[in-house]
Design a protein around this ligand. Structure first.
Ligand SMILES: [Fe+2]
Length: 234
């Protein structure tokens, strides 16, 4: 009784070979930025996320240049694997920010609605490769195999056997030195850090636009390049 599973969600990951060389410098830079934004802290039970505390431009900070370069290299690889013609698009890092998760802190589920691709790089992970420090969790909102909407809800026990055909979420174990890329619209979150140590990651939002001079058709489906925009005078 074969069953084919179609329409996979593509999550790209790469363990960066020079991770250890950059680890201490990145930790130092992140903690310095957190110190600056700490007073404006929003929710104590949530991890410190730079984007909510005025620290969202690490892509322009030379201390993060190595990671930015890796994000650019691997985003191109990812998009090529997805079958895109890179000659027809331009790529931009729209924003970048650190995330520091301490004991019992988490990141609630969300999407990055203003971007196309999201990247996460794990700088420091206690008990790396386990779920102790908090997993990146992807939620399946399409539920293609949920033959009656809500069937897998936590309020029923109608699904008696959980298997790869009826999962509504996928957990990624955080691994130090690993870069992960995924569609920015995919809802995701981070589970609780159960360790007493810091879990430090970097997030980047990437935008695709059409390359200048492409056939008009591409402008229907990709944002035209910012170089062709006109800003209102005031
Ligand atoms: Fe996120």
């Amino acid at each position: 009784m074969p069953i084919d599973a179609w329409f996979p969600l593509a999550i790209y990951y790469e363990d960066l070979p020079d991770a250890l060389l950059h680890r201490e410098g990145l930790i130092k830079a992140v903690l310095a930025l957190e110190e600056q934004g700490y007073a404006a802290r929003n929710f104590p039970e949530m991890a410190w996320t730079g984007d909510l505390h005025g620290v969202e431009q690490i892509h322009a900070d030379p201390r993060f240049a190595w990671v930015v370069e890796q994000v650019e290299i691997h985003t191109r690889c990812y998009l090529q694997e997805l079958g895109l013609d890179l000659n027809q698009i331009e790529l931009y890092i729209q924003r970048g920010w650190p995330v520091v998760s301490r004991h019992q802190q988490e990141v609630g589920d969300h999407c990055h609605n203003t971007a196309n691709i999201s990247a996460v790089y794990y700088v420091a992970v206690p008990a790396s490769g386990t779920d102790e420090a908090g997993c990146l969790t992807f939620f399946d909102d399409a539920r293609l195999n949920e033959v009656s909407p809500g069937l897998g809800s936590e309020n029923t026990d109608i699904v008696s056997s959980w298997n790869y055909l009826n999962q509504d979420q996928a957990l990624y174990l955080p691994t130090e030195g690993r870069l992960i890329l995924f569609p920015a619209k995919q809802r995701h979150g981070v589970t609780i850090n159960h360790t007493d140590e810091l879990r430090i990651s970097l997030s980047f939002d990437i935008v695709l636009t059409a390359a200048p001079g492409q056939a008009a058709g591409s402008y229907e489906f990709l944002t035209p390049p910012p170089s062709q925009w006109r800003r209102f005078k005031s």
